[in-house]
Write a protein that binds this ligand. Structure first.
Ligand SMILES: NC(=O)c1ccc[n+]([C@@H]2O[C@H](COP(=O)([O-])OP(=O)(O)OC[C@H]3O[C@@H](n4cnc5c(N)ncnc54)[C@H](O)[C@@H]3O)[C@@H](O)[C@H]2O)c1
Length: 251
């Protein structure tokens, strides 16, 4: 309990799935937060769940594709709590299209939400973090940053790019006391994967690829993100912590 007590965190894409689980765990662990998403209904539910855990939380609409909305989110955090210690860059976009029919607008959207969004949000919190020589940034990538999935070339490109953005940022920001890491989920049961696991036979096929013999749950990812957001991980930067039940160990 209270592993990030009094720390101030921003969690993007917090209306559902992994982002929601991170926000709830951060509330339990004592952080004050600004959470954001484009889905305001889901976001309000997450805010209520955080408050039920005793967490201080503000919620705001923020499309990570919009520099104006990203800057307004960082401003809200500063005006509410006076600082920013932790940033979690969570949203991604997977158009699920075989390359033969993949469209340019889909890969641009995947890169914009899944990679440039993390760049924008990180830029918005940077002046605060560099001023105080302290910060933790965690980017949510995927096992798809290092292995390819059929019909997922645009998503693969966005997650591979985010993995390398993480490493590049880590090098440049280490002198400023800022840790930048990634968490790479495997197959996790969320809204994004609902259709993939809708059919029992398909679900069993996916599970057969996972040495631990089960799909992940959003809380599996949240605990890894929490570790990288604490000072327990003070000497960890530029790395990806895969949370995948052993799946890429078999690749
Ligand atoms: N579910 C999995 O198996 C899995 C595996 C690997 C990686 N991931 C990654 O985990 C992250 C979270 O995904 P999830 O599985 O929880 O899916 P999800 O669909 O439950 O949650 C994604 C959230 O991001 C929000 N979002 C979408 N576009 C946005 C934008 N432009 N600006 C702000 N918010 C936006 C959505 O409204 C949603 O609330 C994504 O980056 C995803 O690629 C998921």
């Amino acid at each position: 309990m209270n592993r990030i007590e009094n720390k101030v965190a921003i969690v993007t894409g917090a209306a559902s799935g992994i982002g929601r689980a991170i926000a709830i765990l951060f509330a339990k662990e004592g952080a004050r937060q600004v959470i954001s998403d484009v889905n305001m209904e889901g976001l309000a539910e997450t805010a209520a769940l955080c408050a039920a855990e005793g967490g201080q939380v503000k919620h705001v609409h923020c499309d990570v594709s919009s520099t104006d909305e990203v800057e307004a989110m960082a401003d809200l955090c500063l005006s509410s709590y006076g600082t920013i210690d932790i940033l979690i860059n969570n949203p991604g976009f997977n158009p699920f299209a075989p390359f033969i029919v993949a469209q340019e607008d889909e890969i641009l959207k995947a890169l914009d939400i899944g990679c440039v969004g993390a760049f924008r949000c990180s830029k918005a919190v940077l002046p605060t973090m560099t001023d105080k020589n302290y910060g933790k940034i965690v980017n949510i990538t995927s096992i798809m940053s290092v292995i390819a999935g059929r019909g997922q070339s645009s998503y693969n490109a966005s997650k591979g790019a985010l993995k390398m953005l993480t490493q590049g940022m880590a090098l440049d920001l280490a002198p400023y006391g800022i840790n930048v890491n990634a968490v790479g989920p495997g197959m996790i049961r969320t809204g994004m994967t609902r259709d993939l696991f809708a059919n029992k036979e398909r679900e069993e096929w996916f599970i057969s690829k996972i040495p631990m013999g089960r799909l992940g749950v959003p809380e599996d990812i949240a605990h890894a993100v929490l570790f990288l957001s604490t000072d327990e991980a003070a000497f960890v930067t530029g790395t990806t912590l895969f949370v995948d039940g052993g799946q890429i160990a078999t690749a």
